[in-house]
Design a protein around this ligand. Structure first.
Ligand code: ZN
Length: 105
């Protein structure tokens, strides 16, 4: 059972939905790191989660932008917490909803 990932609500194991998704770590001032990851999905309720995060391959906004442009991979962005996410949104002049990741299909 080591490494098993379960949806508590549905009581079933999560399935890998997509490999090779680019996970971008964001700060108040923009992107800081990027790494490939897997998107997992609950076959019961459809909630998606990030897992299988590899070592970072890009550091700093310019390098992260280059990887996003050249990899063609779907991108998932995340912030350390809601305060940083809200601060970034305020600086960027957008509301919270415009920062929401698309569901990976
Ligand atoms: Zn579920």
């Amino acid at each position: 059972m080591n490494g098993v990932r379960i949806c508590l609500g549905c009581q079933v194991e999560l399935a890998v939905k997509k490999n090779g998704v680019l996970l971008v770590s964001m700060g108040v001032n923009g992107a800081s790191e990027a790494a490939f990851c897997d998107v997992l999905e609950c076959p019961g309720c459809g909630m998606q989660f990030v897992g299988g995060v590899a070592d970072a391959i890009a550091f700093g906004a310019a390098a992260v932008s280059h990887v996003i442009e050249t990899s063609g991979a779907p991108v998932v962005r995340y912030w350390l917490n809601n305060r940083e996410r809200n601060e970034f949104a305020a600086k960027a002049g957008c509301d919270h909803h415009s920062l929401t990741n698309e569901v990976v299909t």
